[in-house]
Ligand binder design. Structure first.
Ligand code: LLP
Length: 415
């Protein structure tokens, strides 16, 4: 399920050729397939059909308004990780009851914003945060719904930078501390405990850790119920990985088959917070070759210097992440090993190393695939580079959904 494929030698997105889009809007450019986002959302929804569930799309993966709106239209709810993401969710048309607010360092201002709105749940991360939500709620004479994020001490077996469920990670509350904390929380007039939450990491391709986290939630919910705290939902977080290199990864259905028998025991509704699973394969970053040069003068390896780099897609440099990189129009030039690098003043500014590509030529258009999640949202202005433009293909039409930032806009904030 990806909207990017070849028609003869040419890479297209949902039957729309990419070269004219890049010519019109310039590069670097993100292109998204609306139909792929819809299909991937529905695959998760279908996999959990028959069990009470709500999909709260994790905005952090890609919160461009058009994409956020598209997901709302598909029936998704939202997972926001900051005051800014709450704002985007509201502007995209979500109502507060469709928003869960997560995040390890919510400020008083952000908590106040979520409390005033009355979001579905604030997923609290510490004893101190419970007290802060209580105090802010009592000031306002309201009761706020919270879910307690547990740290199940489960190894998600993913890259250490995106692993969050180990007791050495900064996230959540150690399970052993939760019963006492709940007993305390029940005495507080400003909060209602409505859920338990776990999110153990991202790009997880082994279902066992996800099942173990679900088991930890179910066991804890049972223990709390016996002690008088009855919750409404279990939030299983996000984290299911996608295939960046063509290797086999679990499907949404296999994920559902792994966790549903466990949560069924608890009989509680579930919340899911998928991000990457829905949008990663639905996006590509288009970039042109600006220079081709020999590595060390050896002649057997080239640097293809692109007009996109770590400022547009930081995943390869930050996590050593692999993304397929392909010429948009395939030529029959002989294959040669290339390092595909960005234009920034850092040696680690690389999109891909040791790639066998038809000998690249200056001006040629390339696509970096599976870049729909944690791509544009992690873009930066390093080297005073404007944020890239974004286009969505929907019903055979290419629509500009975010225009390229200008240097004037960048400087408009400065005094
Ligand atoms: N829920 C919570 C509380 C999260 O922290 C995250 C992601 C998600 C849901 C969504 O996870 P997903 O389904 O997308 O795996 N920048 C990294 C990924 C960071 C993920 C952070 N949290 C990357 O590019 O790989």
């Amino acid at each position: 399920m990806t909207g990017f494929y070849r028609q003869d030698a040419t890479l297209v997105c949902d039957d729309v050729p990419l070269e004219p889009i890049a010519a019109l809007h310039g590069t670097p450019l993100y292109v998204y397939s609306a139909s792929t986002i819809a299909a991937r959302y529905r695959a998760i929804d279908d996999a959990f059909a028959g069990y009470p569930h709500a999909i709260h799309y994790a905005l952090k993966a890609n919160s461009t308004l058009a994409i956020t709106r598209l997901l709302r239209g598909l029936g998704s709810a939202a997972d926001a990780n900051s005051g800014g993401e709450i704002d985007v969710a509201l502007r995209a048309g979500f109502i507060p009851a469709q928003i869960v607010f997560t995040g390890v360092g919510k400020t008083m201002a952000e908590l106040g914003q979520a409390i005033d709105l009355g979001v579905r749940s604030i997923n609290v991360e510490s004893a101190g945060e419970i007290d802060r939500v209580d105090a802010l709620s009592r000031e306002r004479q309201v009761r706020t719904k919270i879910a307690i994020r547990i740290n199940p001490d489960v190894d998600a077996k993913t890259h250490p930078h995106i692993s969050t469920g180990l007791k050495t990670n900064k996230f959540g509350i150690v399970i052993a501390d939760v019963p006492a904390l709940c007993a305390h929380a029940r005495t507080l007039a400003g909060i209602d405990i409505v859920g338990l939450h776990a999110h153990i990491g991202s790009q997880i391709t082994d279902l066992n850790p996800l099942a173990r986290a679900a088991r930890a939630l179910v066991d804890l919910a049972r223990e709390l119920a016996a002690a008088g705290t009855r919750i409404e939902h279990l939030d299983l977080g996000g984290g299911l990985g996608v295939s960046y290199d063509g290797s086999r990864v679990p499907s949404a259905r296999e994920y559902a088959d792994a966790v549903l028998p466990i949560v069924r025991d608890a009989g509680l509704a579930i919340v899911l917070e998928p991000g990457r699973q829905i949008v990663a394969p639905a996006g590509a970053l288009l970039t042109r070759v600006v220079d081709v040069k020999e590595a060390g003068g050896s002649g057997d390896r080239l640097f293809a210097v692109m007009d996109a780099g770590m400022t547009e897609l930081i995943r390869p440099m930050l996590y050593n992440a692999f993304h397929r990189i392909e010429p948009v129009v395939r030529t029959d030039a002989p294959l040669i090993s290339c390092d595909v690098v960005g234009p920034l003043c850092e040696s680690s500014d690389t999109l891909g190393r040791d790639r066998m590509l038809p000998r690249p030529r200056v001006g040629e258009l390339y696509a970096v695939l599976d870049a729909g999640a944690y791509g544009s949202v992690m873009a930066s202005n390093y080297n005073r580079r404007p944020l890239p433009a974004e286009v969505m293909i929907e019903n055979g039409k290419a629509m500009l959904i975010r225009r390229r930032q200008t240097i004037d806009e960048l400087l408009a904030l400065e005094i």
